[in-house]
Design a protein around this ligand. Structure first.
Ligand code: HEM
Length: 217
């Protein structure tokens, strides 16, 4: 009875998200525009309104944290699938995986932009630290994934698209190094747990002869 009830709410949530695609697309598009707007507003306000600029500058790490959180969410269905665990509601994430991937890049880019802007205008000194190099490497991979997260690239690149998008596991490693080289935190521990789960789930699927990847949608 309990299991049946649980299945129902999960099915209902999935159906809602599947039937309301245009609403989800609208909401994600608004989020993308807001994030692009933050880079533009902070560039304007660094010269004209210190208070607005400070608000974004103080919160710049949160954009990185949000990018990491959405990325871990996107990776969850793959891990569950390889372990043979079926949580129906996680299919919602699979359904909007590409949209969420774009969100990961735009959040990470906003984070990078807010960190780089004061250096660019000469308020902060330019530094090249190891943890920043790892962040840059991760962002570069995310950029290639972002720029090919469309149906045209999926068709055009064929098998190469899948390989390109599997670089996400390397990006996760770089992100982990980026945050672990700063401090031990909830974020570095979460990234470590997910990287370990990724590796063990691949091992598990290999031993069990299960599928390694979900189909791209
Ligand atoms: C060139 C690219 C990047 C640079 C230069 C950069 C720089 C930084 C800096 C300077 C901080 C310290 C926070 C602060 O000073 O306010 C930070 C924190 C953080 N970054 Fe990045 N970052 C980059 C890319 C990324 C990417 C791609 C991600 C994840 C998708 C990410 C996730 C994080 C997280 C989660 C923190 C917070 C760590 C903590 O709270 O301990 N960063 N980053």
């Amino acid at each position: 009875m309990q299991a049946e009830k649980q299945k129902n709410w999960q099915e209902q949530s999935f159906s809602w998200f599947a039937e309301n695609k245009s609403l989800v697309l609208l909401v994600t598009n608004v989020l993308y525009i807001v994030l692009i707007g933050i880079s533009l507003i902070s560039t304007y306000s660094i010269y004209n309104d210190q208070e607005i600029y400070n608000f974004f500058a103080i919160n710049r790490a949160w954009f990185g944290r949000a990018a990491l959180s959405v990325l871990l969410l996107v990776l969850t269905p793959g891990i569950l699938g390889r372990f043979g665990i079926e949580i129906r509601v996680s299919r919602i994430i699979t359904l909007y995986r590409r949209r969420l991937g774009i969100l990961v890049f735009l959040l990470a880019f906003t984070h990078f932009f807010l960190v780089g802007l004061p250096k660019l205008v000469g308020i902060e000194p330019i530094t090249v630290l190891l943890f920043q190099i790892f962040g840059f490497a991760a962002l570069t991979i995310l950029f290639f994934m972002f720029s090919t997260s469309n149906s045209f690239s999926l068709k055009r690149l064929g098998k190469r698209w899948k390989w390109l998008h599997r670089l996400i596991y390397i990006a996760l490693l770089f992100i982990l190094l980026h945050i672990a080289f700063q401090r031990v935190s909830l974020w570095s521990i979460s990234a470590t747990i997910f990287l370990v789960l990724e590796i063990t789930s691949f091992g598990y699927a290999y031993i069990k002869g299960g599928a390694f990847f979900n189909k791209p949608n």
